[in-house]
Design a protein around this ligand. Structure first.
Ligand code: NAD
Ligand code: DAU
Length: 331
């Protein structure tokens, strides 16, 4: 019987990953380790068979707990992180704790127990691009801009060092911006969808000319499963689905799909990265992966809007507090 340990499995991408893993039969048993910070919710895993998915509340920096869970697993997939750039600009400390110390703690456990680790990372480690620059590849130099992306870059470096120095078996994936069900409403797309559902005006930072490379969360997780089954230890894989769009285009698409009137320009993010774009050729050619929602942001957004419309009880209780936090910063 195969057991997979998933850290951060009660968050947005992690919870969708656990659901996909069970649906595909990619593991017989999944153990989720999650601290249940403001971003993690036990009910993101609701409806899953309790005999297949075991939940452990705890910190990925707790070495004793992590060691005991890694010992029981064949494979470890590491999603746990502080994930929001805006929060990292207000208080970097939890980003340093979880993203750097947490990855170190996990690496020491997989080293001690000789287990395979897949580390989930982000395109932001590469910094940002100008409009005509070639897309990020696996060999692009790291140049992170925010405390969040610097902490993720640090965690990637730790994984590579443990592979090279200690022979740890590990892979890394760097993915572009995700969207889909269960994404916290502090993030761009669900914030605008719930603004419209709540009769608030959508909020665009600055001019809205920044470009993000959007991928549906199921395509990200499908790529992770491909890496787990066919990836080569020690390798890094970029994940993206050719979804580049300006923030203005995305907000206008959401308004159009939801029949909303307009949006408002608000204070920009300090140090705002201009453009992210992923070249995922290696994943496509070496592992034969391809995304389901490729080039079809409209279809993916329509599904996502329907999810937030149908799951108002999931986001409604936190909406006022999230917006009050943004309002304090003129956003
Ligand atoms: P999220 O904030 O929705 O979820 C993070 C989860 O980690 C939460 O359940 C939280 O409770 C848990 N967590 C936080 N600190 C912890 C700790 N110390 N110990 C145990 N659990 C802890 O984040 P997400 O958007 O689902 O991102 C998941 C991973 O994917 C992160 O590593 C992130 O850097 C990476 N990533 C995200 C995106 C994106 O667009 N969201 C893109 C590429 C990579
Ligand atoms: O690129 C991958 C990264 O994508 C992940 O590593 C991060 O965990 C994830 O949060 C995301 O980072 P971004 O900072 O790109 O995502 P966010 O949803 O915060 O913002 C997307 C863009 O939209 C960004 O240019 C800022 C802008 N924005 C954001 C919000 C919340 C707005 O214009 N209005 C908003 O209200």
């Amino acid at each position: 019987m195969s057991t997979m340990l998933v850290t951060g499995g009660a968050g947005f991408i992690g919870a969708n990953f656990v659901r996909l893993t069970i649906e595909r039969g990619a593991a017989d048993h999944v153990v989720v380790l999650d601290k249940l910070t403001y971003a993690g919710r036990r009910d993101n895993l609701a409806g899953l068979d309790a005999s297949a998915v075991e939940f452990v509340e705890g910190d990925v920096c707790d070495a004793g707990l992590v060691s005991s869970l890694v010992a029981r697993a064949d494979t470890v997939v590491h999603f746990a992180a502080e994930s929001h750039n805006d929060n990292s600009l207000r208080d970097p400390s939890p980003f340093i704790h979880t993203n750097i110390l947490g990855t170190y703690t996990l690496l020491e456990a997989v080293r001690a127990h000789d287990r395979y680790l897949h580390h989930i990372s982000t395109d932001e480690v590469f910094g940002d691009l100008g409009p005509g620059d070639p897309r990020f590849t696996e060999t692009t130099a790291y140049a992170p801009s925010s405390p969040y992306s610097a902490s993720k870059a640090s965690s990637d470096h730790l994984v590579r060092a443990w592979v090279r120095s200690f022979g740890v078996r590990a892979t890394i994936s760097n993915c572009s911006n995700n969207y889909g069900p269960y994404q916290h409403i502090e993030k761009f797309i669900p914030r605008q969808i719930t603004n419209i559902l709540d009769r608030r005006t959508p909020k665009l930072y600055g001019t809205g000319e920044q470009i993000r490379d959007w991928i549906h969360v199921d395509d990200h997780n499908d790529a992770v499963l491909a890496i787990l089954s066919r990836g080569r230890s020690g390798e890094t894989y970029n994940i993206g689905s050719d979804g580049e769009a300006t923030n203005r285009t995305v907000i206008e698409l959401i308004c159009d799909l939801m029949g909303a009137e307009g949006y408002e320009h608000v204070a920009d993010r300090p140090g705002h990265d201009q453009r992210y774009a992923m070249d995922a050729s290696k994943l496509r050619t070496e592992l034969g992966w391809s995304p389901r929602y490729t080039g079809d942001l409209r279809a993916g957004l329509a599904d996502t809007i329907a999810w937030y419309r149908d799951n108002e009880a999931w986001w409604r209780p936190i909406k006022d507090a999230v917006e009050a936090g943004y309002a304090k910063r003129g956003q």
